[in-house]
Design a protein around this ligand. Structure first.
Ligand code: HEM
Length: 446
């Protein structure tokens, strides 16, 4: 370990090449940097700026336990501001962030998540009810339909009425439009005169208008008891007794829909990929599922009766952590792993490299769910949901949904991969299986 040195070693490639590799093959870039430069290194990612990467558990402890006034997370997400708005949890810092988290927290407590069981089951069965033997399916698309329905219903309620229906349809179309891909928002914005930017603004304006109408309607009819997240936020107040303003509600609702949509779907797609690449793990899962009966209940799939299913989900998020890096901006000089990082620099916790450390994970490239049954990992060794005060607020919902959806699909169908080679490919916010993971429905399980 070095001491009092300047930034960790820089990658020798020109910045433009680093940026290109970061977009096209981030895992390869990260792996080759670690092989050549060690645990800590400095990347120059062009318009994203300089990233100082860390993956040693001691460094991650320093980052995740730092005072929120020393490391800011929202500054790294500023590219999402046109979509999510300035009040989004992802963009706030320090006290306002803490206040907003307290407000949203109850919607994501484990006890509340269990109430979403029927919803997740219904959304899954609706998405797979037409599957027939011999049919080919694109798993990522199917799972995105499921997770979007789950998050929209959890946020806006089951019997949403006409306005909520239109809102759902418009949000769905918007998020599925590759022109508005979250990765492209920054580029769209660079050309404020472009037709694409104007189209983005137009689509969003209609969604915003519907969102605000729904908020005002629910407020006016005092419909806050429906059990959805909007109802919960409408009845919530700040410490001084004031209700949440409409603009805040708009930004938080949008944030939850956007963050809850592609992430979970991608995680489920990767789980199906790995299970089929390692048939022994799949056989063991099928055996566990058979033990839960022909129609396993969501509570059985998500509970202690299915330890292998849980380990499969954990191992999937280890191998492909969905979000490979989380970033913080230093507000003052920050000491980490013997380096004195100056103020105004992006310090990144590299989840992907932390999850591939052979010191913590033997045979790190293999899919071995049993490792999670054999030992416990510290939050600085295993961290698919990030850490500290910014740890993913949707963690319990995401894990619950992964277990229930996988359990339901695999207790009804056998699937066969169609592509010999599947590699990580960038979608809007995640690195998902290339081609969306094409599979053939083989036969119904007996
Ligand atoms: C497998 C699925 C998911 C993964 C892997 C994931 C991962 C992450 C990660 C790595 C972060 C950044 C944490 C940090 O900076 O330390 C994050 C933040 C966040 N996630 Fe998730 N997420 C998932 C699903 C969800 C869901 C279902 C929701 C909501 C419905 C959600 C809502 C959020 C929000 C609002 C934040 C910002 C938290 C804050 O800044 O305080 N995520 N997520």
């Amino acid at each position: 370990m070095q001491t009092d040195s300047p930034l960790p070693p820089r990658v020798e490639l020109p910045a433009v090449q680093q940026s290109l590799q970061w977009r096209a093959r981030p895992y390869e870039l990260l792996r080759s940097c670690r092989e050549r430069l060690g645990d800590a290194f400095t990347l120059d990612l062009g318009s994203h700026g300089t990233y100082v990467m860390f993956s040693h558990p001691d460094a991650l402890r320093d980052i995740f336990t730092a005072d929120p006034s020393v490391l800011h997370a929202g500054e790294g997400n500023v590219v999402l501001k046109p979509l999510l708005g300035a009040h989004s949890l992802l963009l706030l810092e320090e006290k306002p962030h803490q206040r907003e988290r307290r407000m949203l927290g109850p919607a994501f407590h484990s006890r509340r998540i269990e109430q979403y069981g029927a919803l997740v089951r219904e959304a899954t069965l609706a998405a797979i009810q037409d599957w027939r033997p011999g049919q080919s399916v694109i798993i990522q698309d199917v799972m995105q339909r499921v997770s979007l329905r789950v998050i929209l219903t959890a946020v806006f309620g089951l019997e949403g009425g006409e306005r909520a229906e239109e809102l759902s349809a418009r949000i769905q179309a918007f998020l599925n439009d590759s022109k508005f891909n979250l990765g492209n928002i920054g580029q769209l914005r660079d050309d404020l005169q472009s037709e694409a930017w104007a189209a983005f603004k137009r689509s969003l304006e209609r969604i915003d208008a519907l969102l605000l109408e729904e908020v005002r309607h629910r407020r006016a009819v005092r419909d806050v008891e429906r059990g959805d997240i909007l109802g919960m936020l409408l009845s919530a107040t700040y410490e001084d007794g004031a209700p949440l303003e409409d603009a805040v509600l708009r930004d938080e609702l949008m944030t939850l829909v956007v963050t809850g949509y592609e992430t979970t779907a991608t995680a489920i797609a990767w789980a199906l990929h790995w299970l089929h690449a390692f048939p022994g793990t799949l056989a063991r899962l099928r055996e566990e599922l058979r033990g839960l009966g022909a129609e396993p209940a969501p509570s059985a799939l998500a509970g202690s009766a299915a330890p292998w299913l849980k380990a499969v989900c954990q191992e999937t998020l280890r191998l492909h952590p969905i979000i490979p890096v989380v970033a913080r901006r230093t507000q003052v000089p920050f000491r980490v792993q013997g380096y004195e990082v100056p103020s105004g620099v992006t310090v990144a916790a590299c989840i992907y490299l932390a999850h591939h450390r052979p010191e913590a994970f033997t045979e790190p490239e293999d899919f071995r769910p049993e490792r999670f049954l054999e030992r416990a990992y510290s939050p600085f060794e295993y961290l698919p949901f990030g850490g500290g005060v910014r740890r993913c607020i949707g963690m319990a919902l995401a894990l619950y949904e992964m277990k229930v959806v996988l359990g339901l699909v695999l207790s009804r169908f056998e699937l066969k991969p169609m592509d010999a080679q599947v590699r990580p490919q960038r979608r809007a916010v995640t690195l998902a299986p290339s081609g969306g993971l094409r599979m053939t429905v083989e036969r119904l399980c007996s």
